[in-house]
Ligand binder design. Structure first.
Ligand code: ATP
Ligand code: MG
Length: 394
């Protein structure tokens, strides 16, 4: 089966006026970018508030479907055949389309005529085409309420469109329409899922990883790069690798052992906020989850949160571990996340961490640290690169 176009559907709730035009423009741009790796010339157009992609004759529809499945903002999409404006041509396409995934037992035709000069109206088209299909396929039945297959026909001035296959889109909002967020990306299970959920809400990511060589191995960094690459399949992102070793050393030297994790995380937040502001991001995003581990108490979240003023989004805060793992499986990060390379959070865990550290205790524990100088040092030791798909660009 060869198709002429792909018809894309998006959620329209609350989309009015300027917002709608902005949304469609962003979505069309993201669609173009998603199709770029396929290396063909796909024209994306947005006539009368819809999005169409022209499919070149020799294109691999399956590859287009796979690419579109990772574009947030799309609710669903359908490959369509475009025909001349004659009943014969439409019926020919309808016959083909009905058989596209194997002949169903029941069907109905759903026609829409926006070209008022076409000789048959919608009801007449339903009846005529239904009759032709029944004649063509003995045994086939019409079921108006629960048909196995709906053959859609749209009659428009430029031609008729016939389609019946509907692929589910990724939902959410086009990445970029909500602005940028800085994702604290570790090699764990939670933060890649948190990043994916933030992207789904239209946020484009500046991913930040705190690397502590030689305590952590290059394999731990490679794992994070791989996770960032998987997230980048949904939308391009920047990965910032911070050399966190000088900060880590100072903390180990000057901070009471039971508070080292709290202080380390306060520094992560400070550095991430500075990077966020530098990149024009308006929020931090973490994979934190209340109560999952001893350090994730509300007291601890508050004490860590106290050093930043940007909002901190925690998309997985209320999910159970198994729910997070399910999403990780679905988006393809799980098998990488469980590779056994230690990150700083597992490596530097003291034997008796304070589970309910207060702001006053944390401030006191930082007394011998030059906070601004350490943050500046971490920023200096940051390397950034852009990831598009699984490929590192810079
Ligand atoms: P994850 O599975 O995402 O690692 P976690 O349940 O192991 O999360 P923690 O280790 O306490 O929880 O980390 C909480 C959050 O802090 C992580 O989800 C992540 O957003 C951030 N984080 C932790 N370590 C790092 C790191 N080395 N680089 C960047 N962010 C980190
Ligand atoms: Mg972790």
């Amino acid at each position: 089966m060869t198709y002429d176009k792909m018809l894309l559907r998006f959620g329209e709730v609350g989309l009015k006026g300027k917002n709608r035009a902005f949304f469609i423009r962003a979505l069309a741009a993201n669609v173009r970018r998603a199709l770029k790796p396929l290396g063909q010339d796909f024209r994306v157009s947005t006539p009368y508030g819809r999005i169409f992609i022209d499919l070149p004759g020799d294109c691999d529809t399956g590859a287009v479907v796979d690419a579109l499945g990772k574009v947030f903002g799309l609710v669903s999409f359908s490959p369509v055949v475009q025909t001349e404006l004659t009943l014969e041509a439409i019926a020919h396409a309808a016959r083909q389309e009905l058989q596209a995934d194997g002949l169903p037992k029941t069907f109905k035709v759903a026609a829409r005529r926006s070209l008022k000069t076409f000789p048959l109206d919608s009801m007449e088209l339903n009846r005529e085409l239904g009759g032709i299909l029944l004649q063509s396929f003995p045994g086939l039945k019409v079921d108006l309420h629960q048909p196995e297959r709906v053959v859609n026909v749209e009659v428009r001035p430029e031609g008729a469109y016939v389609f019946s296959r509907v692929f589910a889109g990724a939902g959410g909002l086009p990445v970029g329409v909500s602005g940028k967020g800085a994702l604290l990306l570790s090699g764990g299970i939670d933060s890649p899922v948190a990043g994916w959920m933030a992207m789904k809400r239209g946020i484009s990511l500046e991913a930040v990883y705190f690397d502590t060589p030689p305590f952590t191995s290059p394999r731990a960094l490679a794992k994070v790069e791989k996770l960032a690459g998987i997230l980048a399949q949904w939308a391009p992102l920047n990965l910032h690798v911070v050399n966190f070793t000088p900060v880590q050393r100072s903390i180990m030297e000057h901070v009471p052992e039971e508070l080292t994790i709290t202080i380390m995380r306060r520094f992560m937040f400070r550095v991430a906020e500075a990077l966020a502001l530098r990149e024009g991001a308006l929020a931090l995003i973490t994979g934190e989850n209340v109560g999952q581990v001893a350090s994730q108490t509300l007291e601890s979240l508050r004490t860590i949160n106290a050093v930043v003023s940007l909002p901190v989004l925690r998309p997985v805060v209320s999910l159970d571990k198994v729910e997070i793992m399910d999403i990780a499986e679905k988006i393809g990060t799980y098998s990488t996340s469980i590779e056994p390379h230690q990150d700083c959070c597992t490596l530097f865990v003291p034997s008796h961490p304070r589970t309910k550290p207060t702001v006053a205790q944390a401030t006191e524990a930082e007394r011998d640290l030059d906070v601004p100088a350490l943050v500046a040092l971490a920023l200096e030791g940051t390397e950034s690169r852009k990831l598009v798909g699984n490929l590192s660009v810079l």
